[in-house]
Design a protein around this ligand. Structure first.
Ligand code: SF4
Ligand code: SF4
Length: 220
């Protein structure tokens, strides 16, 4: 009895997934094409009508679709959006990072590469001599930010465009991480660049990240 019921259920499920046979008229795809064109036209005339109405002060409470002229104009994004990484600094301008490797360890994409070195100050155990991220592999999960015990890495630059002419161009090195937006479009950084002790203590101050939605020239 139970077997009969399960067979019946199986048949019903199989029938439910059977695709309806298309008629010869449907198989020409003309009705689907006409339907698509009708939807596009409806949106076009609706938006055109609304834009004209807005010009003369009517229906201003009904928003009309607009085209954002990317990259000259950008959408307002949430401040919580995870954007390109940056390394934060102490009051004296040196990186907060203590090269503990937590972010490198937790990264599921294995795209963080850190080389630790001695800090000029004996009270600080380690510093990152080099800190590279391969954005071509990064999945923007934010685990590196969560794992950091020093609040040394953040993803709040509001820069989310990542485009380069080569895979090498997708890398960001320690200099760029400490000063986001210093690179010109298409330039590839020198991979595994290492800071000299002098450079380490003379890092320029990082400008605060731009507010969400600010127009930023593409830097990668
Ligand atoms: S955001 Fe995720 S994938 Fe990208 S570097 Fe951080 S931990 Fe790795
Ligand atoms: S960024 Fe944070 S988690 Fe990563 S090595 Fe530096 S201190 Fe450790």
């Amino acid at each position: 009895m139970a077997e009969t019921l399960s067979h019946q259920l199986l048949h019903r499920l199989r029938d439910a997934h059977k695709r309806r046979k298309l008629s010869w008229w449907e198989r020409t795809y003309l009705p689907a094409i006409a339907q698509g064109l009708l939807i596009t036209n409806r949106h076009f005339w609706q938006n055109l009508g609304l834009h004209i109405a807005h010009r003369v002060g009517l229906f201003r409470n009904i928003p009309a679709s607009v085209t954002i002229q990317y990259p000259d104009q950008r959408r307002v994004t949430s401040p919580r959006l995870r954007t390109r990484h940056r390394l934060t600094k102490r009051a004296d301008g040196t990186p907060r990072c203590v090269a503990c490797m937590m972010c490198e360890t937790v990264c599921p994409a294995r795209c963080i590469y850190i080389v630790a070195g001695e800090h000029p100050d004996p009270n600080v155990e380690k510093v990152p001599k080099s800190f590279d991220i391969d954005l071509g592999k990064c999945v923007y999960c934010g685990y590196c930010v969560e794992a950091c015990p020093e609040d040394a890495i953040r993803m709040d630059t509001q820069r989310h465009d990542i485009a380069a002419y080569s895979r090498d161009g997708m890398w960001i090195d320690i200099k760029e991480l400490l000063n986001p937006g210093t690179r010109k479009f298409g330039d590839a950084p020198e991979k595994f660049v290492q800071l000299t002790p002098q450079e380490f203590t003379q890092l320029p101050a990082t400008p605060p990240p731009p507010p969400p939605g600010t127009n930023i020239a593409p830097s990668i």
